[in-house]
Design a protein around this ligand. Structure first.
Ligand code: AQP
Length: 324
């Protein structure tokens, strides 16, 4: 089984990225016999970041964060998307069989426009580049949050269109892996937590910034002494995501028995966040002192990704007539 996934370096990593995706990447490392590819999607981030120095810095930061959170270069191939330029070539080959209507139905593109992002071609064609990321290593499984479900369906459709045109079996059809509990992690405003929505709880923010973000979680105005609703309550949803199932009754009581103000419950959440990511935060500080190590991991990862991608690209070029 070959697993692949990636994260855009479009900003600091947040709890949604971790619970929706990166925790699954780390867990996947326990499975003996599987091959794992995790990349830093810097070409994708170009749709929102147009500052070379900043993108370079953020891409290295995501690689550092991957390692701090538990990705192990001995068990996973960790690489930067732009170190595999054939991804852009495959993206073009795929775009020549991708119906416009397929991309026009994209929810993510429409959501981003509705949020004020400029309607650029890169954003529109994002699902084709994502299909190339996945198909180039012949991935079987792609662990993602629910926001990527439609993009995975598009990947499957695009691969099928390519295979129908150039030869059955040329591209492997991947399956998404989406965990129900953490499929959509809410942000501080109750909407999907997203780097571009300014509603994130960043994994590695300084403690005072994290505290400010947690204290900013939108709640209702139930008085301290009164029982508080759990349904549709973002604070409750976040607490549940961070606690073990055996602690859920106690978490629930914090809300339902009354006497606990939202300020007190938010402090509890802040403590949980700091405890959960304490080891990763420490490891990240160490890694930041050794950028050469992180670059070395990315360079070795790129070599290993090339070894897989080059074979697939040769077969695709031969089929399309752009190579012998
Ligand atoms: N709120 C979320 N809940 C569950 N999963 C999430 N993911 C992101 N936000 C949530 C998952 O994280 C992985 C990496 O996402 P990405 O950064 O590459 O792209 P994204 O989904 O577009 O994340 P953002 O934060 O919303 O980035 P921007 O604002 O730059 O577009 C994916 O598997 C995603 O599902």
């Amino acid at each position: 089984m070959r697993i692949l996934s990636g994260v855009q370096p479009s900003g600091a990593l947040h709890l949604g990225n971790y619970l929706g995706a990166i925790r699954q990447f780390v867990d996947a490392q326990k499975q003996a016999g599987d091959e794992r590819f995790f990349f830093v999607a810097d070409l994708h981030a170009l749709t929102t970041i147009h500052d070379g120095a900043r993108l370079r810095m953020l891409a290295r930061q995501v690689a550092t964060d991957y390692l701090a959170l538990g990705l192990d270069p001995e068990r996973s191939v960790i690489y930067r998307q732009s170190d595999l330029p054939a991804v852009a070539e495959l993206s073009w080959l795929l775009s020549t069989v991708t119906p416009m209507g397929l991309l026009q139905r994209g929810h993510s593109y429409k959501d981003k426009l509705a949020r004020g992002l400029a309607p650029i071609h890169g954003l529109f064609a994002y699902p084709v580049l994502m299909a190339a990321d996945i198909l180039i290593v012949r991935a079987d499984r792609v662990p993602v949050g629910r926001d990527q479900k439609q993009h995975l369906e598009m990947t499957r459709d695009i691969a099928q269109a390519f295979n129908a045109t150039y030869g059955a079996g040329l591209l492997r059809i991947p399956e998404p892996v989406i965990l129900a509990d953490t499929a959509v992690v809410p942000g501080t405003d109750g909407q999907k937590m997203s780097k571009s929505y300014g509603n994130t709880l960043d994994l590695f923010a300084p403690e005072r910034d994290l505290k400010r973000a947690v204290m900013g979680i939108v709640t209702d105005s139930t008085p301290v002494a009164e029982p508080k609703p759990t349904r549709g309550n973002t604070l409750y949803a976040l607490l549940r995501l961070l606690t073990a199932e055996s602690d859920w009754p106690a978490t629930r009581r914090l809300f339902t028995e009354g006497g606990h103000g939202y300020g007190e419950i938010k402090k509890h959440l802040l403590g949980l966040l700091l405890d959960t990511f304490r080891a990763a935060r420490e490891r990240r500080e160490e890694l930041q002192r050794d950028p050469g190590f992180v670059e070395g991991v990315l360079a070795r990862g790129a070599e290993r990704a090339h070894a897989v991608a080059d074979d697939l690209m040769r077969a695709c070029r031969r089929a399309c007539g752009t190579g012998d």
